[in-house]
Design a protein around this ligand. Structure first.
Ligand SMILES: Nc1ncnc2c1ncn2[C@@H]1O[C@H](COP(=O)(O)OP(=O)(O)OP(=O)(O)O)[C@@H](O)[C@H]1O
Length: 222
């Protein structure tokens, strides 16, 4: 379970700070997907980068962050055990799919190399993508890339997943398919997931909307 409380995001300016938005409380339960919607520039990506633990020198951010009840606000990126899927990226371009799959499992895996291979291949096999095992990410199509990037995030066995406009680089025909597949994977794994998007078509689960500097609770459930 991911819990954010008393969050205030401000952007540093020449003359001080400018408020982006604030949030009293947001909890994402195990097995739940919560979508945070808002127009471009309101601070959605900044929120996810703060949750992930990235240094954000151009922002002033206050808030409490808990994962499964533990305060992780001071933890390093690696120690937070969070998975992330971006609009683009997520795979190392200089590593093959196979090497990306091993790298993803490295930090906490107790499995040996053969077990890591079997686990990754089983996931790729479900998608009919085992023939991409030896290729580099730049030779994958957009949909193949998105799915393999999510597989790599899941192989790391994160405690929660953060999705930042994960489908917006896909064309319409593929977008619906990848979206359905991604949400099914996350629900199947009971993964607490926080999704940010400006596009209502990509929303899933409980939807919160940023209006001005405030977040309005549960506008819909999709
Ligand atoms: N590194 C940075 N330094 C200074 N300002 C930044 C930086 N990154 C983003 N901003 C500004 O902070 C605000 C919030 O940006 P953010 O990327 O979080 O918005 P967003 O809601 O995710 O937008 P989008 O939907 O377009 O991705 C914007 O006004 C943006 O211009």
């Amino acid at each position: 379970m991911l819990n954010i409380r008393n969050l205030e995001i401000k952007r540093r300016t020449k003359n001080g700070t400018e408020p982006l938005f604030s949030l009293n409380e947001l909890t994402v339960e195990k097995g739940e997907i919560v979508t945070l919607m808002g127009s471009s520039g309101v601070g959605k990506s900044t929120l996810l980068r703060w949750v992930l633990g990235e240094p954000l020198p151009n922002f002033h951010i206050q808030g409490e962050l808990r994962l499964n009840g533990e305060d992780i606000g001071e933890h390093s990126i690696a120690a937070r055990q969070l998975g992330m899927m971006f609009q683009k990226g997520g795979l190392f371009p200089h590593l093959t799919v196979e090497e990306n799959c091993y790298f993803a499992q490295k930090p906490r895996s107790l499995l040996n190399r053969q077990q890591q291979k079997d686990k990754a291949l089983a996931m790729l096999n479900n998608l009919g993508l085992t023939d991409k095992w030896a290729v580099y990410p730049d030779s994958l199509s957009g949909g193949q890339y998105a799915r393999i990037a999510l597989i790599c995030s899941l192989l790391a066995e994160p405690q929660a997943m953060l999705l930042d406009e994960p489908f917006s680089s896909l064309d319409t025909s593929l977008r619906e398919e990848v979206r359905q597949w991604t949400f099914a994977q996350l629900k199947d794994k009971q993964m607490p997931t926080l999704l940010v998007t400006h596009d209502g078509a990509d929303a899933c689960g409980r939807v919160l909307e940023i209006h001005g500097t405030e977040v309005k609770g549960d506008v819909a459930n999709v």
